[in-house]
Design a protein around this ligand. Structure first.
Ligand SMILES: Nc1nc2c(ncn2[C@@H]2O[C@H](COP(=O)(O)OP(=O)(O)OP(=O)(O)O)[C@@H](O)[C@H]2O)c(=O)[nH]1
Ligand SMILES: [Mg+2]
Length: 462
């Protein structure tokens, strides 16, 4: 087995810090098995450390024989492992101190502490996964909704790679044709059929790249989520709405205007999108000192929000106060919502006249009426533009986006050159540039700096 990455054997606690039922220490590298043999005393003295088989026994100090823990241990021979190197896992009792003691003993016997993400980095460098799959592992670990996990799992299964690979194959084919033309400039026959090349490039490269770029927003939405601020005058029912969405009494609700001072936020899952929903202080003039601080905070949050729920009290008509507040929030994407429809005596206030937005959502936060419709409207508002999203689990991240944009630009340059009948040399350069950018995405030509940035996002032991 060759070890292209490093001769070091790395070790880390791979389960989260704190107490748990079990805690797992993982080693990867050539010395993993020898270290295990030194420290592990199997119950069955005939234990042969068959690959991928779990053994019961104890971790003991090689000198003196002091027992550190009762464990299950498994040795997995390269290359059928996470890193493609020899891997050992020791399942200890889940006490941080026990795990720390065992890890120290492992290090004293020849392993080095793994850096964050180093196991996955080895899996990538040893060619088991491409870079988009390594990134998918981070996404799985940090996903906040099931939909986020699903998308990450699809990327781990190679969804993005499978979209990019056919584009690369087309480019390689076209580059070969152009290079032949460069090598035989004196041929009478025109080797490169420019019209055909333009067609092929548009269909097999420019189009698919554009589709992938269209999916970038989906990636951002399900990975990072959005911040939605509930804004409105005092007492319109902002905190009641937060509680209704969360289905718990999270924020204080009273009939006294100015109840909420500090902003209150929670993360919720709206049809798969992780949403930071933020209740704020009601905005009004002439507030007291503390309330005024809350109002300033509310304004700052509104300015940073992806979407503002503009809430009014449906039991009275649109007031001057509502109008003034609307002027302050209208620069943001807004969802107008009318609350307290349960006590509205005549017609609901005409919020559309104020906002110019035809449809507004009508709810009773107190009675939990209209909350599902509101969630649907929130989802529709944050996914506007989703028509361009392709089917399948493609959700490129910011890094992919930059490479895709650059690839698309060079593809456009090739198209221009072809249309203008420019030289094949020039066309070949841009075709290569396009290929290089795509190679960056899957990690074939990624620099060490970029890899460091990507893998630093991982937690220890992964
Ligand atoms: N009838 C009725 N009353 C409601 C409804 N929603 C809220 N209220 C009442 O309106 C009052 C104010 O509710 P809050 O949720 O505290 O309003 P708020 O906008 O957070 O107020 P501030 O924090 O002071 O800005 C309370 O007495 C609520 O019970 C509703 O849908 N129907
Ligand atoms: Mg409140």
């Amino acid at each position: 087995m060759n070890h292209p990455y490093s001769d070091e054997t790395i070790a880390a606690i791979s389960t989260p810090p704190g107490a748990g039922g079990i805690g797992i220490i993982r080693m990867s590298g050539r010395r993993a098995l020898p270290i295990l043999k030194t420290l592990f005393q199997p119950k069955d003295s005939a234990c042969s450390f068959t690959s991928h088989q779990l053994y019961y026994g104890h971790i003991h100090h090689p000198e003196g024989g002091k027992i550190l823990d009762e464990v299950l241990a498994v040795y997995m021979a390269a290359p059928r492992t996470y890193t493609r190197e020899d891997v050992v896992e020791i399942h200890c009792h889940g006490s941080f101190l026990v795990l720390q003691n065992v890890l120290e003993l492992i290090v004293a016997n020849g392993a080095t502490l793994a850096a964050p993400g180093e196991f996955t980095k080895r899996a990538f460098l040893n060619g088991r996964i491409d870079l988009t799959q390594a990134e998918a592992v981070i996404d799985i670990l940090s996903a906040r909704t099931r939909k986020g996990v699903d998308l990450a799992q699809e990327q781990l299964a190679g969804a993005l790679y499978q979209k990019i690979e056919p584009i690369r194959q087309s480019l390689i084919h076209m580059r070969a044709i152009v290079e032949v033309a460069i090598d035989f400039p004196d041929e009478d026959v025109e080797i490169v059929d420019h019209r055909h090349l333009i067609e092929q490039l548009s269909l097999e490269v420019a189009g698919p790249l554009k589709n992938l770029l269209g999916n970038v927003d989906r990636g951002r939405l399900y990975r990072e989520g959005v911040a939605i601020v509930i804004a409105g005058l005092p007492n319109v029912g902002k905190s009641s709405l937060l509680n209704a969405i969360l289905q718990e009494e999270r924020a204080l609700v009273t009939a006294i205007p100015g109840t909420t001072r500090d902003s209150i936020e929670e993360i919720i899952d709206i049809f798969g999108v992780p949403v930071r929903i933020i209740d704020t202080a009601g905005i009004r003039d002439n507030a007291g000192e503390v309330e005024e601080l809350g109002i300033q905070r509310a304004r700052a949050l509104i300015n940073k929000a992806d979407l503002v729920v503009f809430l009014i009290d449906g039991s009275r008509q649109v007031s001057e106060g509502d109008q003034r507040l609307y002027e302050q929030v209208r620069h943001k994407p807004i969802l107008p919502v009318i609350n307290k429809i349960d006590i509205c005596e005549q017609n609901l206030p005409d919020l559309s006249a104020l906002t110019g937005i035809g449809q507004c959502v009508e709810i009773s936060a107190k009675n939990q009426v209209g909350i599902e419709d509101l969630k649907k409207a929130l989802f529709a508002a944050v996914t506007s533009g989703s028509e361009q999203w392709e089917e399948g689990g493609c959700a490129p991240n910011i890094r992919h986006k930059q490479a895709l944009l650059a690839a698309h630009e060079s593809c456009e340059r090739v198209l221009v050159s072809l249309r203008m009948g420019l030289t094949n040399d020039l066309i070949a350069v841009d075709l290569q540039e396009c290929l290089d950018r795509l190679a960056e995405i899957v990690g074939e030509t990624t620099t060490e700096d970029i890899l460091d940035v990507i893998f630093a996002e991982f937690c220890l032991g992964k």
